[in-house]
Design a protein around this ligand. Sequence first.
Ligand code: HEM
Length: 429
Amino acid sequence: MQLNPYAGAYLTDPGIIWRRLLDDPVGAHYADDLGLWLISKYEYVRRALGDPSTFANALTLLPVYQPTPEALAVISQIDPPPTTAAADPPTHPRTRKALRATFANTDRRVEEQYGGIVRRRVDQLVDRLAARPGERVDLIAEFAADLPLRVVLDILGVPESDVGRIKQWSDGQIALIWGCPSADEQLRLAQGLLDFWRYCQDLVARRARKGWIGTDFVSRALAYRGGDDAVLTESEVASMAFNLLVAGHETTAGLLAHALDFALTEPDRWRGMAVDPTGIPSFVAETLRYAPAIDGWLRLTLRPVTLGDVTIPAGARCLLLIGAANRDSAVYRDPDRFDPHRSVGREHLSFGYGPHFCIGAALARLETEIALRRLTAAIPGLRLAADYSRSYKANFAFRAHRSLPAIVDIGVPLGTPAQRMMASVPEAA
Ligand code: HEM
């Protein structure tokens, strides 16, 4: 079969293709156009995510197409040691331990360490939008894509003045690896990625020279390393920063974009959140299930593996269709319906599962929940522009909106004093 992820139905409404794959009893499908095995059923995707002895992460960050020789010459100079999404045992357990020690990943630690940063950045962006009543804004460029980037830069201790180039490099990495760039673009994006990697090496080297006394991630990781390469090398710290700068914002930007889209598509839903924000956490959970920011992720088989009636050979690249797995009717009732009141069922797979489970899940949820609370309260009349039609960037892993045009209508003030109080209750830790 052909997945054809860069055009047609998969690009505009992937749910149609996911349904077709899920309804087919076959355990896995081979996509000739990508040279990838597609795994879509919840049980199999979960198994692949959780079994590194069969499904390796190696090659996860390499393009699936054959780059041009010119682009390849540049790509071969980008040599971060695998530490997170591209690492396998025996390296991954060691680097994962380092990551958990230096990057907050529980609700409590995230609130303690990053809550202040998130609120400050949300308030800045919300105030900026609220100061433009009547204007047309792009909620992607001016909010959803900007907020998580600024938050992750603060957490890593990266100067704010570098926000523009990091955004460009990071978008470039996603287009280079999981998109379909032309030959000229491949070379340009590869060169950008090399510059990005050099930037991260330099960031860490400068911090190491100054001493690691800060509370930012790079300083924490250097302190954890304590000068011992057996614990973590300096190059591995740079590699972690390289990964976090991308993983820490492009993903949350996608979640925020989907959440804003679904909340604003039904104006009553948006106003309802402004008046009573208590349903926001379950709204965010359903957004994650229904429209994951990463809806396909790569693995490499280390040995033959049988899924139902299909045997995938060793050495095959597989695309785990997380978006499809989250709509498997074996797990969710009425799975193609967006239902923010859905009672808690089995955990969606949008943050992965098992040893590589997303280190930033708690941060992504905190950012999105605070953003929705503050934005609905400040601009309860915000509405999508009448000419908005949903469109995503051509990519088979990251599902990113191209734009989300909206009109800043400050709207009616929130209802009763009691309702106003509800909207401003402090967020739960
Ligand atoms: C909605 C937001 C997010 C989504 C949908 C998401 C999704 C994922 C997924 C699916 C994985 C599993 C990869 C695998 O199994 O190979 C993962 C891992 C990871 N995520 Fe996230 N992520 C999000 C936010 C974040 C944030 C905010 C950060 C950090 C600031 C982050 C950092 C990472 C890292 C470092 C890994 C690799 C962990 C490892 O390999 O041990 N992510 N994420």
